[in-house]
Design a protein around this ligand. Structure first.
Ligand code: HEC
Length: 116
C-alpha cells in the first residue's frame, strides 16, 4: 500500500461526504410538493391566462431557470408584483406547481413546454 494513494482516497471520501451533506440540505429546503399534481394545477389554472395569445402572455416551465422559479415562488408575487400568487391557487397547490415548474425549468434535466 502506498501512503500517497491513501491520502488521496481520504480527500476524495471527504469531498463526497461534503457534497452529499450539501445535497441533503438543499433537498430539505425545497418545498414538499407533488409534481404530477403541479402539472395539473398549472394547466388547469395558470394556463387559462398563460396560453399562447391569452391575457397574461405565454408562460411555460421553460420561461424561467430553476433559480428564477425558486425566487419567483419564494417571493410569492404575481402580475408585476400587484397581487399574490396565492390568489390563484391554494398554498398546497402552489407548492405542487412550484415543484413542477422548477423540475421542468429551461435549465432542468427535463425541460418541458407543457403542451405549449
Ligand atoms: C386571471 C389570469 C391569470 C392567472 C390565473 C394566472 N396569471 Fe400569471 N399573469 C397574469 C397577468 C395579467 C400577468 C402580467 C402580464 C404582463 O406582464 O403584462 C401575469 C404574469 C405572470 C408572470 C410574469 C411575472 C409577473 O409576475 O408579472 C408569471 C411568471 C406568471 N404570471 C405565472 C403564473 C402562475 C405560475 C400562475 C398559476 C399559479 C398564474 N400566473 C396564473 C394573469 C394570470
Amino acid at each position: 500500500m502506498n501512503k500517497k494513494r491513501t491520502l488521496k482516497d481520504t480527500i476524495k471520501l471527504l469531498a463526497v461526504t461534503i457534497i452529499l451533506a450539501l445535497s441533503v440540505t438543499v433537498a430539505w429546503s425545497k418545498p414538499k410538493g407533488n409534481e404530477t399534481k403541479g402539472r395539473f394545477y398549472f394547466k388547469q389554472t395558470c394556463k387559462s391566462c398563460h396560453a399562447k395569445g391569452a391575457s397574461g402572455g405565454e408562460i411555460t416551465p421553460m420561461s424561467k431557470t430553476q433559480a428564477q422559479w425558486e425566487r419567483y415562488f419564494t417571493a410569492g408575487k404575481h402580475n408585476k408584483g400587484t397581487e399574490l400568487l396565492s390568489k390563484h391557487l391554494k398554498a398546497e397547490q402552489l407548492n405542487d406547481a412550484w415543484v413542477y415548474l422548477v423540475n421542468h425549468a429551461v435549465d432542468s434535466p427535463q425541460p418541458e413546454t407543457c403542451g405549449k
